[in-house]
Write a protein that binds this ligand. Structure first.
Ligand code: ATP
Ligand code: FE
Length: 355
């Protein structure tokens, strides 16, 4: 089964071809055109600019993916496309492109939830079995999920305000680092002393695995302003120490709440779970190391996909398409683009971007 996947829900235009047999899955091609240059001057992703750039690049991206895979459309069994959640203009660009290809080629069309793409990535990379515990930690989301199937997710808890990716991006902005902020903050943190600033670890005193990250950026802002008024500016070391303290706080919260989520999971599910992590923030090495330590401590398996498959890509969409195709999912040319689309059907859709 060979599926072409398209992704355009945020600021990466991506196309990929994934081929699966019953035993293995191979990424035959994965092309990602990042847009960070286009948005750099604005300090964040501008939805209008993103949508236009997706519409301009998708065709080339698809052609490039097919060329890299050494295939033509006649070798493809279905088209999978991110149908949400995300910036509506970008999602629409992808959905329209996929519909065009499906209509012209007669191939089946499958709308994929972007978050399902992230959450199923450990099955693409490591072939892990259902069920597993997923910490999905990205630019717009942060949640613990029991993943029982390609369309069967139960949410155990998550952020009640900002997503960690947002917190990394805002912290980067406060410190004059480029967007998206995660990689820059991580690089600075390597040179910093995490113990110099003790930032808050909210909700650790409460049971359950809900988290809060919005207070953290305010704490970084206050510490930054205190340094600036004290010495009329920030030294390189100050900036590195702020980044290290921030990253330490985020990773401590994620690690501690992962322990709690594993407890809840094990109370509900008899088998020893595998802990898997995905989403852009899962590319962070300090966070990966701390989560791995938690899994080691608690005796559960740990899977973290390679960095390029944690951040947005279309291989994860093509792979989710493969699982959905096998489960019998097909969409018509009336497939709708959905700016909001919670994975857990029981979760309230209106809780805001961080959920
Ligand atoms: P979502 O998947 O929730 O819709 P998104 O698709 O924009 O949001 P991803 O591409 O999965 O998010 O992740 C992007 C986020 O990951 C950004 O906020 C970015 O700062 C963060 N990120 C990327 N690399 C790192 C890193 N090394 N450390 C921390 N954060 C990182
Ligand atoms: Fe994403």
């Amino acid at each position: 089964l060979t599926i072409l996947g398209l992704e355009s829900s945020c600021d990466d235009t991506a196309a990929a071809v994934v081929r699966s047999t019953d035993e293995t899955s191979d990424i035959l091609a994965s092309v990602v055109y990042g847009q960070s240059d286009l948005h750099a001057a604005f300090g964040g992703v501008v939805p209008e600019i993103a949508a236009r750039a997706h519409a301009e690049k998708l065709d080339t991206c698809v052609k490039q993916a097919l060329t890299n895979a050494n295939l033509t459309l006649s070798d493809i069994d279905a088209i999978a496309v991110t149908a949400g959640p995300g910036l509506i203009g970008g999602v629409l660009s992808g959905v329209m492109c996929a519909k065009g290809i499906a209509a012209a080629s007669g191939l089946p069309l499958i709308g994929v939830n972007h978050l399902a793409g992230h959450a199923l990535t450990p099955r693409l990379t490591d072939n892990i079995a259902y069920p597993y515990l997923m910490l999905l930690v990205s630019g717009g989301h942060c949640q613990f999920l029991i993943v029982r199937g390609c369309d069967d997710f139960s949410r155990l808890g998550g952020t009640i305000d900002d997503a960690p990716g947002e917190a990394f991006d805002k912290t980067a902005r406060l410190l004059g680092l480029p967007q998206p902020g995660g990689p820059g903050v991580e690089r600075e943190a390597e040179k910093g002393e995490a113990a110099r600033f003790r930032f808050p670890r909210p909700l650790l005193d409460r049971p359950g695995c809900d988290m809060s990250f919005s207070g953290l950026k305010t704490a970084v802002l206050r510490a930054r302003d205190a340094l600036i008024s004290e010495k009329n500016g920030l030294s390189r070391q100050d900036r590195a120490d702020l980044c290290a303290g921030f990253q330490e706080a985020v990773s401590d919260v994620l690690a501690e709440k992962t322990r709690r989520a594993l407890d809840i999971y094990m109370a509900e599910t008899p088998e020893t779970p595998t802990l898997a992590v995905a989403g852009g923030v899962a590319a962070n090495r300090t966070i990966r190391t701390k989560l791995e330590a938690v899994s080691y401590e608690t005796g559960v398996g740990f899977v973290a996909p390679p960095l390029s498959l944690c951040t947005d890509n279309a291989a994860m969409i093509a792979y989710a398409g493969i699982e959905l195709y096998r489960a019998g999912h097909r969409d018509g040319l009336d497939l709708a683009a959905r700016p909001r689309w919670p994975l857990d059907r029981s979760s309230p859709a209106m809780l805001g971007s961080g959920k």
